[in-house]
Design a protein around this ligand. Sequence first.
Ligand code: R5P
Length: 302
Amino acid sequence: MDYVIGIKDEFNQHVAEALDCQLVELEKHVFPDGELRPRILGETNLKGKKVLLINRTNSGSAYKPNQLLMETLFTVKNLNSLGAKVDLLLPYFPYAMQDKVFRPGEPHAAKYVLELLKSSGVNTLFVVCAHMQREQGTLKFAEGIIDAHSISVFKDLAENLKNYELENPVVIAPDFTSGESADKVAEALGASDSKAIHKKRDLDTNETIINEEDITGLEGLDVIIVDDIAETGGTMAKAIDLCKKRGAGKIICAAVHPVLAGDCLERIKNKGADFIATNTIDSEISKISVEHTLAEYIKKYD
Ligand code: R5P
């Protein structure tokens, strides 16, 4: 890799250092009418250079997936026009939850995003714990569209969770699709058990309904609730209530991607649970740094 392109923040600096290359600054500008002008500052002589563009979002009201996408598409095309060969790291893959057409008339948004990235000129795409494939490897969902990889950071999550003084914790996936990830976290932590809850979501109201029978017997046990995304916090909140009902002791919620829409943060904290996440999205709970893990994976494809 010749250059990393991105805003000048610690995350991008760390990835650039780990890849042993210079960070070329991307300046993001939003015009008063909302239109965008991402500008490459400094090095624009990129003919024949291999670059890694990194674009990351912030949480809460600053989470702007559409802005992120447009900035990315413009910058990839711009880099291509300057002669660079572009790989892209989107730590959080926006629209990944729309990985199928759930109801007639809806867009297959995750697929369309991949197609847009490919047609803008992305060579290889790296994302973290993609919703449709949290485990590490080539992203099968993207096959036939773009060379894409999902990088797992559940080990980083587990490492950080070791800092808590927990007695034989039980790891719980609040959604069955996170079951495999919870197993991995439990294994890395040497936790006593791992359980997953079946969840359904009402697509009209966004209300989550969980199967309470999936969790029993937590009397006096500490619990870690692990999920890929915390968006409204509804899923985790329901899981916390159930764990308390089953007699759990300390409860820690750990998410890879803290989208933290609306009052998500308060919702979890008001229930007395600790809440931590990785820095794939910048937020006040993004305490787990994953730059090194990402750079190690990306190096293999350089
Ligand atoms: C859904 O399938 C995901 O794995 C998460 O469980 C979901 O995104 C959490 O969303 P919320 O925080 O809005 O309940």
